[in-house]
Design a protein around this ligand. Sequence first.
Ligand code: IVH
Length: 701
Amino acid sequence: MNKDEARAKIAELSNIIENHNYNYYILANPTISDYEFDMMLNELIALEQQFPDLILPDSPTQRVGGDITKEFQTVKHRYPMLSLSNSYSIEEVKDFINRIKKTIDDDVEFVCELKFDGISISLTYENGVFVKAVTRGDGTQGDDVTTNVKTIRTIPLRLKGDCPDFFEMRGEIIMPHSSFNTINAEREELGLQPFANPRNAAAGTIKLQDSKEVAKRKLDQYCYFMMMDDDKMIFKNHYESLMAAKQWGFNVSNYMAICNGVEDIEDFINYWDEKRNELPFDIDGIVIKVNDFKQRDILGYTAKSPRWAIAYKFKAEEAHTKLLRIDFQVGRHGTITPVANLEPIQLAGTIVKRATLHNADFIEQLDLHYDDIVSVEKGGEIIPKITSVDLNQRKENSTKVIFIDRCPECGTPLIKMEGEAAWYCPNTLGCPPQIKGRIEHFISRKAMNIESLGEGRVEVLFENGLVKDYADLYSLSYDMIFGLEKTIVVDENDDISRKVSFKEKTTNNILDAIEKSKSVPFARVLFALGIKYVGETTAKLIAKSMKSIDNIINATIEELTEIEEVGEKIAISIREFFDNEKNILIIERLKSAGLQFEQEKKIVSENHVLAGMNIVVSGVFSTMSRDEIKQIIENHGGKNVSSISSKTTFVVAGDKMGPEKRKKAESLGIEIKSEEDFLKMIKNDETPEKITSFVQGRFDF
Ligand code: IVH
């Protein structure tokens, strides 16, 4: 390559890499794999080494990370946050070891650790107290996210035992699969784009402005590196320092090993490459570190990374298979999601038949054709995704995939919202999957709790013309539904079907649950309406602030945005919902049926039996749900707390109370009450639900 060609190539690569840096760091939404990114960066590094006078001051190789998000205070790192150089093969690990052996004459011990796939964080401790958490940012300065980080339970706020006066603990904030799956299910429910993977979800969460929301998302953290001034360093080696950190209360992984040579390291890598799917969180490789601190000092650092450590990156598990068909699914809010149907293939321990294609832009970027051979990637529990197409295997005359322009279910022309990638079917009130989806949401446990009417049964009622909207549920009678039945296809590919029927007992249960739902509090009714972006918490805040449905119906966007957690996007969505005449008619019918459309006015006075008490609810209950017990506690002046401490007044225990919780309660001498005893205790208290006039006192739900 001559110099001019190199100049052009460097400019091109810099541009592409910068774009991917932006996607990764700013948007937290990478569009290529880490491996592809590193390959491009390596190509650029090699070219710049060959033509050093072509290195530009703003080359992506000249900086360690991305830009800094503005909302949080920018803080300079006391010790820069470096990254690790990557390797992709045992050969490269061997090269790393050989380089070290050239500098160090003695035996070298290594520590192998999991490479947690999350976001790195620096935690400062002064006199044993956690004072600050800063993101990596560009490596020199990052964002102060202390308030958010404090919500992570595995981060100690005060350390145990004898620790240095001042030090920084480095670690990774991760989102466990369990939290990731819950959050994505909720996002899909609300019509929001799900997170692509747990790393993006963790990155998005730690930059949220509301730490309460962060707490709900249940992040986790692992520590892997301690920093302090050299003259204060009290440990001989890394392993010792992490074991001490563990004693002080830090979360240090048990999955680490001292290795004496390449064979041990290779065993550790291979073991975790195979077993990583069994971990409850994502890892993307193994980190290999020199253990001894004196040897580390001798080896030193390059501008970007230590010479005493290297990351071995796993290849994302990938398979190649044929694209058979694309289904266009219509969600409850009308969002169209393209899903690829693939020739079944074994990948990361499961058989993959379907993969997400995100949206129309993604299909266009891939230039996808039917019968293409595609690469499918899967990591952890993430839904498999198509990453590329093998153009060499494309059949001549194959048909290009064209995104639909009409709803596959009702034929309505699709629309696109400004600034959003997704296409929507705007026929909100007439499109069958949207109607069924809304009813399914309405009856769900956290909404109206008519769960005896499961998913399949809603379909039967809909197909028989008995429910066209959720208000129709309140006109159902025994004679209308008893005896209905249908065989429902659960999975077309697997030929799995299920018979759904309305026998005597089921019919009575359904009608009972519908009747009971009439006393579901206003906040849950508001959530049940299924307004886009109005989740459970937002509905509670709106109900608390606006007090009645009529006030919400009449509220302006400005008034709505004054409510806590309601931004413009949510306010517009609420207005759109109530500006639709048909929704107003449905609400009128629900009102006539007797649903709660006003905030209960309750007094919580000192006289209530549970006033001033901190109560923990644990286990499964026979007469009501856990949420209902919690509601009763609030109604009678008590406070619900999630974990047992010396401040807990008592625990209400149902079946299957966690053994750890029971042990803790017993060790602290805290009373454990049965469901029956608890209900007896509150029986004689005044029932605040029945008080309808507002008397001065605390006014909440
Ligand atoms: S040690 C001086 N150990 O991987 C660098 N890093 O580029 C100290 N990571 O930024 C990092 N697991 O966010 C270390 N066990 C581990 C790790 C780990 C994940 C991340 C970290 C770092 C990146 C490497």
